[in-house]
Design a protein around this ligand. Structure first.
Ligand code: ATP
Length: 265
């Protein structure tokens, strides 16, 4: 199990300025993660868990990765559904091993994606394996900090469906951060980040941003759009990215914007 867990460690190369928009979210993350971890007065316990929630592709993984990078922390990236499908009956051992290694290699950040895959609320169809995995996770979240308070292991959990989380989970994540779809300003920043080093001077970024926001594009959609435009540019041996404005937006999935800020922060 330890071997499996070691493979979950990724080297974080993401910097805060690789993330477009999300100014407020980045500030909150920096304050919560960096300041409370490094400069907190002794009387304050560091946060153990932060919940990032919002529509898919809005940068939750990027934020967790940037937080790990800025702390120089060991970064474990875990998808709950992967652990369950791979180690069905033994997912609890994976979780225990995960936190054991995270403590050994502290400071650590455990990024637990799709935490909703483990919870009960959805309809009572939760499997025994996911129930046990969740209960081990909650025990880990409760437990270790008391044993040795100078070991920092921070769990960042992410979900697109916060309404699926039950009280047992929510109560372990008192700090909850909404990661929204990009507005026009953020959209322009994300396009610039994803076209670094390329000539975008002929692009009407305002028009592209307006259209993208109207279509509820996420950061991931924008990245895909940029990639597509770069391919056109290479294929046509062009020097600029004029196709970005002409790309078949329709091909990208239109989303229904279900995830709203809720009363969650
Ligand atoms: P999911 O909920 O589907 O797991 P997510 O919210 O974790 O998605 P990420 O994996 O962080 O989203 O983002 C996917 C990709 O989209 C990133 O690798 C990045 O290239 C791009 N992206 C998303 N948001 C931003 C952003 N704010 N700034 C720059 N790039 C972004």
């Amino acid at each position: 199990f330890k071997q499996y867990v070691e493979n979950l460690i990724t080297k974080s190369k993401v910097k805060w300025n690789d993330i477009g928009g999300l100014e407020e979210v980045k500030m909150l993350m920096m304050e919560t993660v960096v300041i409370s971890a490094l400069q907190r007065p002794e009387s304050i316990q560091p946060w153990k868990g932060i919940l990032l929630f919002g529509p898919p592709g809005t940068g939750k993984t990027l934020l967790a990765s940037a937080a790990a990078g800025s702390l120089n922390a060991t970064f474990f990236s875990v998808k709950a559904s992967n652990v369950l499908s791979k180690y069905f009956g033994e997912s609890t051992k994976i979780i225990s091993a995960l936190y054991e290694v995270a403590r050994e290699k502290a400071p650590s950040i455990v990024f637990m994606d799709e935490i909703d895959a483990l919870t009960t609320r959805r309809s009572g169809d939760q499997s025994e394996a996911s129930r046990r995995m969740l209960s081990t996770l909650l025990t880990e979240l409760d437990g270790f900090q008391d044993k040795k308070s100078d070991i920092l292991v921070l769990t960042l959990a992410a979900t697109n469906t916060p309404w699926d989380l039950d009280e047992a989970v929510l109560s372990r994540f008192p700090r909850r951060i909404y990661v929204p779809l990009p507005d026009e300003k953020a959209t322009k920043e994300i396009i610039k980040i994803n076209t670094r080093g390329l000539d975008i001077s002929r692009l009407d970024l305002d028009a592209i941003a307006e259209e993208s926001v109207r279509r509820l594009y996420s950061g991931r959609d924008l990245k895909n759009l940029c990639q597509e435009a770069i391919w056109h540019m290479i294929r046509e041996e062009n020097r600029d990215l004029h196709k970005l404005a002409e790309l078949p937006y329709e091909k990208l999935r239109r989303r229904s914007l279900k995830t709203r800020p809720l009363e969650m922060r």
